[in-house]
Design a protein around this ligand. Structure first.
Ligand SMILES: [Zn+2]
Length: 499
């Protein structure tokens, strides 16, 4: 460019003024733009913050609702639990009977309202009415009721054995200690006297009386006399001699004697053979399963080798320990120790289980078999301690006498022989086992395998033990058949053999 093309000085100045105004405008525009941009950014940030705040608020609302929901749930669950508990308490009570009807020995035993029939959940009965049905005489006064069994001169119902015993039982109003033939026993709830009534726990009948059965169906309680001889399980020491085999001397009498009779050492197998009037011929049983390999155990060569008698009066020595104890294959599989029995008995039992299963009975298992003297001692002492703890007024002898009515004294339990076992299909040994198909099968077939029902119904007065449909004893087929056929218990059979 040359100098001539330069714009005049004056216009040059004007342009400079123009330029600077222009610059200022642009600068202002720029500043506004920047300001707008910043404003937009702030706007966005505020928007972002607002959204974040919204999210936080929503989160808090959600948490709050969740908390309320959980609280409501917990309250509802607690209410439901309480309602269920109340309902359960009600349904587990004894069916809320309006009243309980009793039948004693075929006669009307009257009815009791629920409050009297169930005290503390314990079924009770009026012993005064039962005693009348059993032809006992009440010779007590207001404080005490004493019911006496007197020999019946007419040759009738109370003493057909002709023992001349004067059995009696004493109850005292409001006391939970009764006396059976002079021996103190404890009641689950105290006796309660009415005008002519004597309400006592029904369990007394099953626990201390023999020759009597008690059944409860719905709201009806039935007591039947099944044996005309002995009424009470506990016997007077001075009345022991007239009682047949298998007496109760081990139970301790009013003299306080508690020592069991002199132990009979070692088991059976006296070489002299039994002398039954005539040799019964045992039919050869037929089995569905092939049990030929077990024949030697079911019908052992040593026929009389398994006749050992253990009961309250024929005790087994503390030192007796079978040498051939074998695992019982059919021990109940519920975590308990594998039970043991003597080899021959166990093999015969195996055979029985094989046949039983073939016949469709698959739910029976062995719950208890061999028990050592030490184990029985521990058990007996533990029960005795419990009795004394529950009733500190009992002497040791009294507590032991009570314990002996449901747990064998050491040395008096057949379980120490290794020849018997308890088997059933119930949670625990229970007379209801007698109602099962399995029991019916065993009643018919156990002898074929050499087993007998050791404590039959109606033999309580002889065995001293109430009906145990679950307790089976091995004696070998020969004797099992004879016992089964004659309907005897082991005590009676051995007495017949002159043993
Ligand atoms: Zn048993």
């Amino acid at each position: 460019m040359n100098r001539n093309t330069r714009p005049p000085e004056s216009s040059d100045g004007a342009r400079r003024v123009n330029n600077s105004a222009d610059y200022a405008r642009r600068r202002a525009a720029y500043a506004r733009a920047q300001e707008q941009k910043a404003e937009a950014a702030r706007q966005r940030a505020r928007e972002k913050e607002r959204r974040r705040e919204n999210r936080r608020r929503a989160g808090r609302v959600f948490l709050g609702r969740l908390l309320v929901g959980v609280l409501i749930f917990l309250v509802l669950a607690a209410v439901a639990a309480v309602a269920f508990w109340i309902h359960f308490q009600h349904t587990s009570a004894p069916q809320e009977p309006v009243s309980v009807r009793y039948s004693f020995c075929g006669t009307d035993g009257g009815t009791l309202e629920e409050a009297s029939a169930y005290r503390g959940g314990v079924l009770c009965l009026d012993f005064a009415r039962l005693a009348a049905a059993l032809r006992m005489t009440n010779v007590g006064d207001g404080e005490e009721m004493r019911f006496v069994v007197r020999p019946d001169a007419s040759g009738g119902t109370t003493d057909s054995a002709g023992t001349g015993r004067d059995e009696d039982v004493v109850f005292r109003d409001g006391s939970d200690v009764a006396e059976v033939n002079g021996q103190a026993v404890r009641l689950a709830v105290p006796a309660l006297f009415g005008e002519d009534s004597c309400l006592i726990p029904a369990a007394f009948v099953t626990r201390y009386m023999c020759g009597v059965t008690l059944t409860q169906k719905g709201n009806t309680v039935t007591v039947e006399r099944t044996d005309a001889d002995t009424l009470f399980l506990l016997q007077r020491a001075d009345a022991l001699s007239p009682i047949p085999e298998g007496d109760y001397s081990g139970l301790g009498g009013e003299t306080g004697q508690t020592d069991p009779p002199t132990p009979v050492t070692d088991p059976p197998a006296e070489p002299d053979p039994p002398s039954p009037p005539e040799e019964p011929s045992v039919p050869t049983p037929t089995f569905t399963a092939d049990l030929s390999a077990y024949e030697q155990y079911m019908d052992p060569a040593d026929r009389d080798g398994y006749l050992i008698l253990v009961n309250n009066s024929s005790t087994i020595d503390a030192s007796y320990l079978p040498t051939d104890l074998t695992d019982v294959a059919d021990t109940r599989k519920d975590g308990r120790n594998t039970q043991k029995m003597r080899l021959t008995a166990e093999k015969a039992l195996e055979a029985m289980y094989i046949e039983m299963r073939v016949c469709g009975i698959t739910d029976v298992s062995v719950t208890s078999a061999y028990r050592s003297y030490e184990y029985q001692t521990t058990l007996f002492n533990m029960y005795t301690q419990n009795e004394m703890a529950a009733n500190p007024s009992l002497t040791l002898a009294q507590a032991q006498a009570i314990t002996a009515t449901y747990s064998a004294r050491p040395g008096t339990s057949e379980h120490q022989t290794g020849l018997c076992c308890d088997m059933h299909n119930l949670p625990s040994a229970d007379q209801r086992f007698a109602q099962t198909e399995a029991y019916r099968w065993l009643s018919e077939n156990a002898w074929k395998f050499g087993f007998i029902l050791r404590f039959p119904e109606n033999k309580e007065s002889v065995t001293g033990i109430s009906f145990e449909p679950w307790h089976y004893r091995y004696v070998g087929r020969y004797h099992a058949y004879a016992i089964h056929e004659a309907g005897l218990c082991l005590e009676e059979y051995l007495a017949q053999l002159g043993r």
